[in-house]
Design a protein around this ligand. Structure first.
Ligand code: GDP
Length: 320
């Protein structure tokens, strides 16, 4: 059994590889929901959707959000009608978000709605929101406090970051099943996601952090930073804003006391010693995952480092 902490881009790539090597019932994914937002009355959960779509094999790999080949008729007509949506939501993607919203309106909590959606999308791994309670990322910048989407989607990450906080996190409880998945897991994987705004909120939920820290020897993280930059997204600017060096060593400092082993890119071998001085073991692998074969290759190395036994032969690839 593997428990994975995930955001919506880097870790879903790795999950595609892991899903080809593990039985779905041996995989739990605990997903950041601090970027959830209401758009046109819909409950949008960007990271949950990316994880579900990635495991369902329908994610748009150009953007790592939305469904491959989707159309945008509704979004475009809404624009003509005078409704400018903050996010560009595809028609099929909208149906998923609408179904989630309806389930929530009928009284289900987010973890129940997620289970329903996974069932309908034939996702058999145990995908869970980090919490059923509302947590919201706030980014303090020079011009003021911004939501994650205002900071990244509207203002393109151009404001200098002064701080990050997660509103509501003090009172947030882990979603049902989250602590059990962490405690039962042979290994806990912190995927290559943004350490500030994707993994940060999950670990800011006190009970989750405690459970992870207690099992620190079994916690493995894959660096989302290679060299001196994030592979995509605002992780670099956010880390810098919080006073961390943008490097695998900066990632190690953020995860100090939480992680047993950090996987660095082979080209970052020079950082290994400094990371080990923080009491974190290191391993080296090729961390770029541009295609399925690289995702399966990294997944195989990570599972082997984690001591997790593989169960399934890859489907539709010649990797195995
Ligand atoms: P978000 O929720 O969309 O911000 O996505 P995540 O937090 O899951 O992913 C963003 C992080 O994934 C960034 O910090 C990237 O550097 C990292 N990332 C994206 N692609 C890759 C990859 O191929 N390999 C690794 N190691 N990290 C990646």
């Amino acid at each position: 059994m593997l428990a994975v902490l995930s955001g919506g881009t880097g870790t879903p790539k790795l999950l595609q590889g892991i899903a080809r090597l593990l039985q779905p019932e041996d995989l739990s994914v605990i997903v950041n929901t601090a970027e959830d937002i209401e758009v046109s009355g819909l409950h949008v959960a960007p990271d949950l959707d990316s994880v579900m779509y990635s495991l369902a094999g329908i994610v748009n790999e150009g953007t790592w959000y939305g469904i491959r080949g989707d159309t945008f008729a509704c979004h475009e007509l809404l624009g003509i009608l005078g409704e400018r949506e903050l996010l560009r939501i595809g028609d099929r993607d909208r149906a998923v978000k609408l179904r989630r919203t309806l389930l929530l309106k009928r009284g289900e909590v987010l973890s129940e709605a997620t289970r329903e959606l996974c069932k309908s999308l034939a996702v058999r791994a145990n995908v869970m929101p980090m919490s059923d309670d509302r947590v919201q990322t706030h980014i303090e910048t020079k011009p003021g406090t911004l939501s994650f989407h205002k900071f990244w989607v509207v203002r393109r990450g151009k404001d200098k970051v002064k701080g990050v906080s997660f509103k509501g996190v003090e009172n947030a409880k882990p979603a049902p099943g989250v602590l059990e998945a962490i405690e039962k897991a042979k290994a806990i994987l912190i995927g290559p996601s943004n350490p500030v705004t994707s993994i940060g909120p999950i670990l800011a939920i006190e009970e989750i952090r405690e459970a992870v820290v207690q099992n620190r020897e079994r916690v493995l993280a894959v660096s989302p930073i290679v060299g001196n930059a994030a592979i995509s997204g605002p992780a670099g600017a956010l880390m810098q804003g919080l006073g961390y060096e943008v490097s695998p060593l900066g990632v190690a400092r953020m995860y100090e006391g939480v992680v047993g082993t950090l996987v660095l890119d082979r080209s970052d071998e020079g950082h290994a010693r400094a990371v080990e001085e923080l009491g974190i073991n290191t391993a080296l692998a090729d961390l770029f995952m541009p295609d399925l074969s690289s995702r399966i290759r990294l997944a195989r190395e990570v599972l082997s480092l984690a001591g997790v036994r593989r169960g399934v032969v890859a489907r539709g690839t010649n990797e195995e």
